[in-house]
Structure formats: structure tokens, C-alpha cells
Design a protein around this ligand. Structure first.
Ligand SMILES: *Cc1c(COP(=O)(O)O)cnc(C)c1O
Length: 237
């Protein structure tokens, strides 16, 4: 970094004022809610701390923030047990692609799982919830852009997956989640997800990241997942 003198820690990351960034994002979430005539209380800001070390998460915890997102089970298991013993009220959201063989750890550590995209994963999560007696809220991820490399069920296969999750497995599915294609306008994808949520009678819409959360809120997001705008650029893994 050019300005190494301003770095408070020697983790090689540029200095970031996490508490100030969090306050800014919170204010913008509230503004976006007001602009669309919504109550900001119905929007959960998930601070996505994936890829960042615990010391960088601490300012957000100290500021009283209560919802965090991770997308690797092993990393979450290394960072969060210690943080949670100091901040027991915090909710941990697992977001994004989940391997079936990680279902056990995901159920053990998460309060919500924004990841279901195939029957085998749904089956594995249901088995683990039964075994562990824990029922994290579940979101089904929809691949609204039908991108081959991206996780998520294709929109045309959603009805069957919802039926499997809700009717056959009685999973606690609360809503849908999507990540629009990086090179496209996000609004049509958010609008599609909103329509799918309405069609299935779900309550929650997990959509919107650092670059597009205001658009997502205008289109009904109840959960926005924001990493970079709060914690800065993620270190390369
Ligand atoms: C990393 C990630 C985010 C946060 O992305 P930013 O652009 O850093 O805000 C949101 N959702 C998912 C599923 C992610 O993996």
C-alpha cells in the first residue's frame, strides 16, 4: 500500500474505518427504504464479513451490529465461535453456494442459510436439522440469469424445489435469494425474484449487494448482503 503509515494493523489490508462505513450503509439503507415508502425495520442488513479477519469484524460488533454473512463453512467455524461467545445475540447468515457435505456444519453454525438450490442439498439440510434439533431459516437461491457457472435453481425448476422443501421435507423456507449477473442491470432480476416470492407466498427477499442494494430495496428486498461497502476490499484468498 502506498500509504502504509495509515494502516492500523499489519494484515496487509488498506486501512478501513469499518464503523464509519457501517453507519453510512445503515443510513443509506434507511434512505432507500424511505424513498420507496417502506419501513427500514423490515430490512435486515447482513454485514458480509467473509474473507476478513476477526479484528476487522470487531468494530461492527462493538457498534452493536447484529447480522453477519459468511460463505465458507470452514472459515465461519474458525472465526465465529469465539466472536459469538462475546456477542451471543449475533445472527450468522450462510450465503451462497453450499456443498452437500458441508450441510452438517452449516446447520450447526448458521441462523439462516441462503443457499438451497437442489434437492440433494435440501435433503441433507433436512436430515441435519432433524439430527441437531436446529432449524435455521432457509432461503432458496434462484439463478435468475441462468448463468452456467452460478449456483441457484433455474426459475423453471423452482416450483418443484419449493414443493420438495416445503411439502416433502417441511424445511423452514422463508424466502428466495439471488445474485444478478455482474454485467447486467440488476433491476429485472430483482423484480423477477420479487414476483417469484409473491407467487409462492414467501415473506423474505434476499437480494442486493454493495453495488446495487438501493435498487434491491426499491424492489422489495428484506435482506441485503453487503460486504465491500462495509469492510473494504477482501484480501485474496
Ligand atoms: C460476497 C457476497 C456478498 C457481498 O458482496 P459485496 O459486493 O462485497 O457487497 C453478497 N452475497 C453473496 C452471496 C456473497 O457471496
Amino acid at each position: 500500500m502506498a500509504n502504509a503509515a495509515s494502516a492500523p494493523c499489519t494484515d496487509g489490508l488498506p486501512a478501513v474505518d469499518v464503523a464509519a462505513n457501517l453507519a453510512t450503509v445503515q443510513a443509506q439503507v434507511q434512505q432507500a427504504a424511505r424513498d420507496s415508502g417502506r419501513d427500514a425495520d423490515e430490512i435486515t442488513l447482513i454485514a458480509v464479513s467473509k474473507g476478513h479477519p476477526a479484528h476487522r469484524i470487531l468494530p461492527a460488533l462493538s457498534a452493536g451490529h447484529g447480522a453477519f454473512g459468511e460463505n465458507r463453512v470452514q472459515e465461519a467455524g474458525e472465526k465465529w465461535p469465539a466472536l459469538r461467545s462475546d456477542w451471543p445475540g449475533v445472527a450468522l447468515h450462510y450465503i451462497g453456494a453450499l456443498q452437500t457435505n458441508k450441510a452438517r456444519d452449516a446447520v450447526a453454525i448458521s441462523d439462516a442459510i441462503h443457499a438451497i438450490d437442489r434437492p440433494r442439498l435440501a435433503d441433507a439440510l433436512a436430515r441435519e436439522m432433524e439430527r441437531q434439533g436446529r432449524r435455521p431459516a432457509c432461503f432458496i437461491q434462484v439463478n435468475t440469469g441462468a448463468e452456467p457457472q452460478k449456483a441457484g435453481v433455474l426459475p423453471e425448476n423452482l416450483d418443484a424445489l419449493v414443493a420438495r422443501c416445503r411439502d416433502d421435507l417441511a424445511l423452514p423456507v422463508v424466502g428466495l435469494m439471488c445474485i444478478p449477473p455482474a454485467a447486467e442491470e440488476p433491476a429485472p432480476h430483482f423484480a423477477l425474484l420479487r414476483d417469484l416470492v409473491a407467487r409462492h407466498g414467501f415473506e423474505c427477499l434476499s437480494m442486493g449487494m454493495s453495488a446495487d442494494y438501493r435498487v434491491a430495496i426499491a424492489l422489495g428486498a428484506t435482506h441485503v448482503r453487503i460486504g465491500t461497502a462495509i469492510f473494504g476490499t477482501r484480501p485474496t484468498r
